[in-house]
Design a protein around this ligand. Structure first.
Ligand code: NAI
Ligand code: MG
Length: 355
């Protein structure tokens, strides 16, 4: 099995190095091949997503991605900016299913802004559709309003679209993920108002018939936003479209309080995937050796589970992370009184030792 390793910019190379050490410590015969991406791709090959990097990503079974971006590239034209690399990879590889688990480790309970009794033990999974919806729907633009009370005035417009097959494929992903968890799917839409959402809901109900062991429920997005802060533990898998998922996944992530802890996966229809921490390249702390590598290490665990068929190894990595937290080791972003502050490399080495 081949893993493309794309460290990128800022803290990307520092945190990816620790995740690579963890993968190497598992004793599996993975082939890891590294390539430049983002600003590093621009420096090396003149493009944020060089052809050779894209080719490697296409050949690989899975991609471990650090982060891209740095203020020093702000003056480049949009097509050459580092952030285009991640958008290009999602598009070229048809990565349509975004998985964002929100897990609150009991050792980090005080990091959440919610009361312990509401949030302790939280372990939910947001599945967000990534290739469709209002972000990509045509037509879109700015024009003179053709009608209505503001006819003739400048107006912006976008189009929310989902085709039935697009909803079906994300539905299958969500139900299959739920089968590996607590067998509950909450589909989030706005079908009381939107036609797109009515098709979404009808399609979810149809696909659910193939998964009689999974319980499907529906929630309007405004209510879902309330329930996520009121009773987040009532959820297991939440499946939703691109825009609602963008907002709800960030909201759910923050219930756990710490961006340095949050992994993510973006999968295609064959479960090939790109795995990356939810945070960016953190140029403010790059090169200081203080970044938290756990989000990237936990992303590697997701890769083992979803793309490489190594669920037991994924469990081992996740348990090693819990063990290290139980030992009281903390990078600066999750440090609190009474715990031991460590750097990026020490944290990575502790996870390897715990394995
Ligand atoms: P950011 O996530 O890089 O940083 C936000 C804050 O969180 C900073 O204070 C940073 O120091 C801290 N932080 C992030 N990750 C951390 C970690 N592992 N350990 C400890 N602290 C951590 O977001 P920001 O500052 O908005 O963006 C910085 C650059 O990253 C920009 O160029 C942006 O475009 C890019 N970016 C890239 C993403 C990607 O590669 N997928 C995603 C988000 C942003
Ligand atoms: Mg977002």
């Amino acid at each position: 099995m081949k893993i493309a390793v794309l460290p990128g910019d800022g803290i990307g190379p520092e945190i990816v190095a620790e995740a690579v050490n963890v993968l190497n410590a598992l004793g599996e015969s993975f082939t890891l091949e590294e390539a430049p991406v983002g600003g590093a791709g621009y420096e090396a090959k003149g493009h944020p997503l060089p052809d050779s990097t894209l080719d490697l990503a296409k050949q690989a079974d899975a991609i471990l991605f650090g982060a891209v971006g740095d203020w020093k590239y702000d003056s480049l034209e949009r097509a050459l900016r580092p952030e285009q690399a991640i958008l290009g990879l999602r598009k070229h590889l048809s990565l349509f299913a975004n998985f964002r688990p929100a897990i609150l480790y009991k050792e980090l309970a005080s990091a959440s802004s919610l009361k312990p009794e509401v949030v302790s033990g939280l372990d939910i999974l947001i599945v967000r559709e990534l290739n469709g919806d209002i972000y990509f729907g045509q037509p879109r633009g700015v024009r003179a309003a053709p009608d209505g009370p503001f006819a003739g005035a400048k107006e912006g417009f976008d189009t929310m679209r989902y085709s039935e097959p697009e909803v079906q494929r994300i539905a299958h992903v969500a139900f299959q993920a739920a089968q590996k968890r607590n067998r509950k799917v909450t589909s989030v839409d706005k079908s009381n108002v939107l036609e797109t959402s009515q098709l979404w809901r009808d399609t979810m109900i149809e696909v659910a018939k193939q998964y009689p062991d999974v319980e499907l429920s529906h929630m309007y997005v405004d209510n879902a936003a309330m329930q996520l802060v009121k009773a987040p533990k009532a959820f297991d898998v939440v499946v939703t479209g691109n825009m609602f998922g963008d907002i709800l996944s960030d909201q759910a992530a923050m219930l756990t309080g710490s961006i340095g802890m949050l992994p993510s996966a973006s999968l295609d229809k064959s479960n090939k995937g790109l795995y990356e921490p939810s945070h960016g390249s953190a140029p403010d702390i790059a090169g200081k050796g203080i970044a938290n590598p756990l989000a990237t290490i936990l992303s590697a665990a997701m890769m083992l589970r979803y793309s490489l068929g190594k669920a037991e190894q994924a469990d081992r990595v996740e348990n090693a992370v819990k063990a290290v937290l139980a030992q009281g080791l903390r990078t600066a972003d999750i440090w609190s009184e009474g715990t031991t502050k460590v750097g990026t490399q020490q944290m990575g080495a502790a996870v390897v030792a715990a394995l």
